[in-house]
Design a protein around this ligand. Structure first.
Ligand code: GTP
Ligand code: K
Ligand code: MG
Length: 371
């Protein structure tokens, strides 16, 4: 089989040649599906044997703490400087590119949570296709619950666009929710496609969708689309392994620009201006990190005592049920669980008796009553 990188280049060239209009939408959609499949192939080849092969040496940092935050950016934007100032680590800093060659972890304690921060080598264009150590860097980013895209404030928009392109190409979706598409494979019956009322397909029609699905060798399935879906959304659902991840654009080196230039940068959504070197706005960045991760702090309350507010149990966003809470406290706790008393935002009455399915919210207080 010919080299997937060569094939990718060929398809990209063909896409560039093809004018975008109604008549070519279907064909372009198919090309996109082919591209996505080739990239998936590169990604699986690149991460095969991870944890051993020389390609991954220096990247196998074990997960510790309550959440993991990865620093991704071009060389010499100040990722290591930022890690050092935030965590007290000593990751090597220098004025030349590719100073950092492996993954360097640091820890920050904030609001009772232990945040693992990962400094990473700089990535360049073509990272997702295997250039430099980009693939390893992006694989680590894939394991994070927040990605800090560190940009040099002197050329932020060009860098932002290129990094996004690399991460997107690897299947990471930044600051987005999964498309509302329900897809069920079947054994027979062909493809039953349903587009919900009020939803419009963007750059593809129903026939185009069916062709893309055939490209993925799906011939029998039930698909219901409940959003204004694009062909990329359809491909994401078919690939099935996309990572939806919050991201912050850290605009570093603001000591180099004027107040007027700072105004322009503040138009960029999800951004945080800092100067790592002089430690400007480190607190602001930490608070933004905290908000974007949306971690949930739950305080436990022993019977007849006041809760321990210094040591919350930290639950990740979207996994804050009473069951998640019990499992985080102790593996055997769920078996002994009878009911819980809950005080806080998630309940109407204080306290309220809640079961295993109850969804907890930040700063709730919980007292578990065992069987
Ligand atoms: N003016 C200015 N320079 C900075 C700032 N932060 C970092 N630098 C400088 O930028 C250069 C690169 O910093 P590093 O922290 O090594 O950058 P990096 O992104 O880790 O670089 P690689 O590991 O090579 O990808 C160093 O000379 C730093 O002193 C800043 O806020 N302002
Ligand atoms: K550097
Ligand atoms: Mg570095």
């Amino acid at each position: 089989m010919s080299n997937p990188l060569v094939k990718i280049a060929e398809i990209e060239a063909e896409m560039a040649r093809t004018q975008k209009n109604k008549a070519t939408n279907g064909h372009l959609g198919l090309l996109k599906a082919k591209l996505a499949k080739l990239r998936a192939q590169i990604v699986t080849e690149g991460t095969k044997g991870s944890g051993g092969g020389p390609a991954n040496a220096g990247f196998e940092v074990s997960k510790t703490g309550d959440a993991r935050i990865g620093f991704v950016g071009f060389p010499s934007v100040g990722k290591s400087t930022l890690l050092n100032k935030m965590t007290g680590q000593e990751s090597e800093v220098a004025s030349y590119e590719f100073t950092t060659l492996t993954c360097i972890p640091g820890i920050v304690l904030y609001k009772g949570a232990k945040l693992q921060m990962l400094d990473l080598p700089g990535i360049i264009e073509g990272a997702k296709d295997g250039k430099g150590r980009g693939k390893q860097v992006i694989s680590v980013a894939m394991s994070c619950s927040l990605i800090l895209i560190v940009l040099d404030v002197m050329k932020p928009l060009m860098q932002k666009r290129k990094i996004e392109y690399e991460l997107e190409g690897f299947g990471i979706r930044l600051n987005r929710k999964p498309p509302n598409i329900v897809f069920k494979k079947k054994d027979k019956g062909g493809i039953a496609l349903q587009v919900a009322q009020g939803c419009t397909l963007q750059d593809i029609d129903e026939e185009g969708i069916i062709n893309v699905m055939k490209e993925y060798k799906v011939h029998n399935a039930q698909v219901s689309i409940r959003c204004d879906a694009t062909v990329d959304d359809i491909i994401d659902v078919l690939e099935g392994n996309r990572k939806y991840c919050p991201a912050l654009y850290v605009m570093n080196k603001i000591d180099q620009i004027t107040i007027e230039e700072l105004d322009i940068i503040s138009e960029v959504p999800h951004h945080c201006p800092v100067c790592a070197h002089h430690e400007w706005n480190m607190d602001g960045l930490l608070e933004m990190i905290w908000q974007y991760m949306a971690l949930c702090r739950i305080y436990t309350k022993p019977r007849g005592q006041i809760p321990d507010y210094t040591a919350p149990v930290i639950l990740p966003d979207g996994r804050t049920s009473m069951e998640d809470f019990c499992n985080k406290l102790h593996r055997s706790l769920l078996g002994q669980f009878k009911v819980a008393l809950v005080w806080g935002q998630s309940v109407k009455h204080n306290p309220q008796r809640c079961g295993k399915d109850h969804i907890l919210m930040d700063e709730d207080v919980v007292q578990i009553i065992k069987k």
